[in-house]
Write a new protein. Structure first.
Length: 418
């Protein structure tokens, strides 16, 4: 029964990272009220929101290494507690400086979760399934916004931003026990897996490991700093520049265009992210079916970049402009499944976990610079044209860089699939 691992590993990981992403991004809804109470201008607010990613980069490589050589399950369990404490504490800050510091520490606490889950997925899903497996648990990224935006709007309407951050910040503690009781690091450790599925996984993953042996002769440092890793890092930086620059500022941009209640704004914000979930699944299924990664990634990124620019050109037509913004926000998420399949399919096994940590660490700094650049242009010009325009250009450059990557190896033939 192949569906057991798809449901168990991916659904538990999905909920866990949904909570992480909610606690990372819920300040986007709270930002207008927080800025007023903590006396932050747009540039300060963008810096405080984005500084999360400077903390985020510090644990990426250590956590990836520990997940590969110790336990992905235990690494995530420890970090669940750490980021829960930081999230609740963010709701108690009394100044802009304290908010900046708590965002930095929250980034540090969440930083190791992503590479640890990527390692876990690589232990449970062969190459032919990996883009879909990654896309399915990464659906938490857009769907967390779909879930949290109406909830955040409701909490803001009935209470305030402090209640919002404390309530949503307590969610990791509720999920910790479920994570520890249901997740296993390897198929051979799982008591619930069928004998047929265990045999399939061990045989297929062993064959894929054997295929990667010729690459193992490259030195560790040379493999870690290879052109493939550096290009993946640059693409992911530009991808996150565009994604987070829009995520944190889109509620403010919509509210500036037309004054909306918190609850109405929260509901409208869900639209691009519902579309994102649909496109993520479609792109991942197509990528796994064809075994092709680069073109799928490039197409989604160029659609996103062009849509940002087209949305700015059609501002006189609000419905058309919002439709294009929704497509821009959605398409950038669709790149994730093919993108994160590439490291495990093109890099030596001995460095892949650390390399994914490096890619995620440096690449996520785009999540700092995106909001900062948009905030800077908002303060200078009073609008979002230059800021959102820069996001579109960055994504088009990332799309072009995708074809500089070495293509993925063909999947090992399998007798069982999902």
């Amino acid at each position: 029964m192949t569906e057991q691992r798809w449901l168990r590993i991916l659904s538990i990981s999905f909920v866990m990272y949904t909570i992480a992403y909610i606690d990372r991004t819920n300040v986007s809804m709270a930002l207008p009220a927080m800025s007023a109470e903590l006396h932050m201008d747009p540039r300060q607010a963008g810096d405080a929101v984005g500084v999360f990613f400077w903390g985020y980069l510090l644990l990426q490589m250590p956590a990836g290494y520990l997940a590969q050589h110790w336990s992905a399950k235990r690494v995530v369990g420890i970090l669940l507690v750490a980021w829960g404490v930081c999230s609740v504490a963010t709701g108690l800050v009394q100044s802009a400086a304290q908010f900046w510091m708590m965002r930095l520490v929250l980034g540090l606490a969440e930083g190791g979760v992503w590479p640890a889950v990527l390692v876990l997925v690589a232990h449970w899903f062969p190459r032919a399934e990996r883009a879909r497996a990654n896309a399915y648990w990464m659906l938490c990224l857009p769907l967390s916004v779909v879930i949290s935006s109406p909830l955040s709007g409701w909490l803001l309407t009935h209470w305030n931003w402090r209640v919002l951050l404390v309530v949503e910040g307590a969610l990791p503690f509720l999920w910790l026990l479920i994570w520890l009781r249901t997740i296993d690091d390897f198929p051979k450790k799982a008591k619930w897996i069928s004998a047929g599925e265990l045999q399939y996984l061990e045989r297929t993953l062993a064959a894929e490991a054997a295929d990667s042996k010729p690459q193992e002769r490259v030195s560790y440092l040379a493999a870690l700093l290879s052109p493939q890793v550096l290009i993946l890092t640059a693409i992911y930086f530009l991808r996150n520049f565009g994604s987070y620059g829009s995520l944190f500022w889109l509620p403010t941009a919509l509210n500036n265009t037309r004054k909306l209640s918190d609850l109405t704004l929260g509901n409208i914000i869900t639209i691009p992210y519902v579309l994102a979930a649909i496109l993520m699944v479609a792109a991942a299924k197509s990528s796994d079916r064809t075994g092709e990664r680069r073109a799928h990634m490039s197409l989604t990124l160029i659609v996103s970049g062009v849509s940002f620019l087209a949305a700015l050109a059609t501002q006189r037509f609000p419905f058309v402009s919002f439709t294009l913004i929704s497509l821009a926000v959605a398409a950038v998420y669709a790149s994730l499944g093919p993108f994160w399949a590439l490291p495990t399919e093109t890099l030596p096994l001995k460095v892949v976990a650390t390399a994914m940590g490096l890619i995620n660490a440096i690449g996520n700094l785009g999540g700092y610079f995106g909001p900062v650049v948009v905030g800077h242009f908002l303060k200078q010009s009073g609008g979002f044209v230059y800021g959102f325009g820069s996001l579109g250009i960055a994504l088009i450059i990332a799309a072009a860089m995708a074809f500089m990557l070495r293509p993925a190896q063909p999947a090992v033939a399998a007798t069982v699939s999902c």
